[in-house]
Design a protein. Structure first.
Length: 367
């Protein structure tokens, strides 16, 4: 069960023999209560900084690229990028093709398409149809992947079409019998676009079925790693050409760099189409807790670590160095053990900081 901001704050107040807060009084806290709330966030920031690059703080994200735009902001919780992880591939053109929480962005073509929470969320078609318009490039080949399931056995089944209008068959017209996919079937087809706007249309032909996902992307764009270059290298070797703003110099990006302020990354050359996506790994940072019900971003096992650190700051505020030293000692001891635990259990030895912590802790135990 996730630990809330209120729970963390009261854990500290309780140990300090101070009046605890409730969900109703949390926003109107005063004095030491407000200080403890601030120290909770400060303590979580400290833990993020101290634990370095453990897998727990690792995330992966994607960024769609746009014609002529070469610089893109990092996520709000970004702390540090794994420069070896940058790769580029075809952009996913279908919006909400995973149907995780609803069927928004899909238009009813016939009957009453609906959402089901089965699996990770699905599009339910019971003798119904739905479609969506996507942007495509004329004469380029695309790959369509779709997974469909049905509880029924019937000679009827799924109709999949791609064309220049809803239900049009100019680019693709395929069917699959229910007997082919009662346990789930993946349909994998290619088509060549004949217009800048294409319509993906799915229909159940007299039978109930669920569409698990629908994905469409360029078939001629391969996934590949982007080479990392320093910003100085970019300025000297590539920026003069990129800054000419000549679309004739636009092409598939080959390189990635980080801006000096570390708030964004750039690609070179500038993208020549809107159908690329860049994926990369990064280490997250803490976003301050605000409301009483906000959950901390760390697992519950970090709770006592946060409390010890917040106690340290509170004792220092109270000019009580003796108790502050005891709280800091508990914090440092638990932090060392936590680093070792994550380093060994997750086979994480990439960071020199973690390796040094392990060596320090082993030496301390030996003594």
């Amino acid at each position: 069960m996730a630990t809330t901001y209120l729970t963390l704050t009261n854990s500290v107040l309780r140990e300090l023999n101070e009046t605890e807060l409730t969900s109703g009084t949390f926003s109107s806290s005063r004095g030491i209560q407000t200080a403890v709330k601030d120290f909770i966030n400060k303590s979580i920031h400290d833990i993020y900084n101290e634990t370095g690059e453990i897998p727990l703080l690792y995330a992966r994200t994607t960024q769609d690229l746009f014609v002529g735009d070469n610089e893109y902001d990092f996520p709000a919780d970004f702390r540090k990028a794994d420069m070896d992880s940058f790769s580029m591939g075809p952009k996913e053109l279908v919006t909400n093709g995973e149907f995780t929480s609803d069927i928004s962005n899909w238009t009813t073509g016939d009957g009453s398409p609906s959402h089901t929470t089965s699996g990770n969320g699905r599009l339910n078609l019971n003798d119904a149809a739905a479609y969506q318009a996507i942007s495509t490039t004329v004469n380029k080949q695309y790959r369509l992947q779709l997974r469909v399931l049905s509880p029924n056995s019937s000679s009827s089944g799924l109709i999949v079409r791609v064309g220049t209008s809803a239900g049009g068959t100019q680019n693709l017209d395929t069917t699959a019998a229910v007997t082919d996919f009662r346990a789930g079937k993946i349909i994998n087809k290619t088509f060549t676009a004949t217009a800048q706007t294409s319509f993906i249309y799915v229909e159940s032909d007299g039978v109930q079925l669920d569409v698990d996902y629908i994905r469409i992307s360029r078939n001629d764009i391969a996934n590949r790693k982007l080479s990392f270059i320093s910003y100085d290298n970019y300025l000297q070797s590539y920026k003069p050409t990129d800054d000419t703003n000549n679309s004739g110099n636009y092409a598939a990006p080959l390189r990635v760099y980080i801006l000096p302020n570390y708030t964004a990354f750039g690609v070179s050359p500038r993208p020549n189409i809107n159908e690329y996506t860049v994926s990369y790994n990064y280490y997250t940072t803490h976003t301050d807790l605000s409301a009483h019900g906000d959950n901390m971003s760390l697992p519950d096992r970090f709770r006592t670590l946060i409390v010890d650190r917040a106690k340290y700051y509170t004792y220092m505020l109270r000019s009580d160095p003796q108790h502050a030293q005891l709280a800091d000692r508990d914090f440092q001891r638990k932090l060392r053990l936590l680093k070792v635990d994550y380093a060994t259990k997750n086979d994480y030895m990439r960071s020199d900081t973690i390796a040094e912590s392990i060596a320090t802790n082993i030496g301390a135990r030996a003594n």
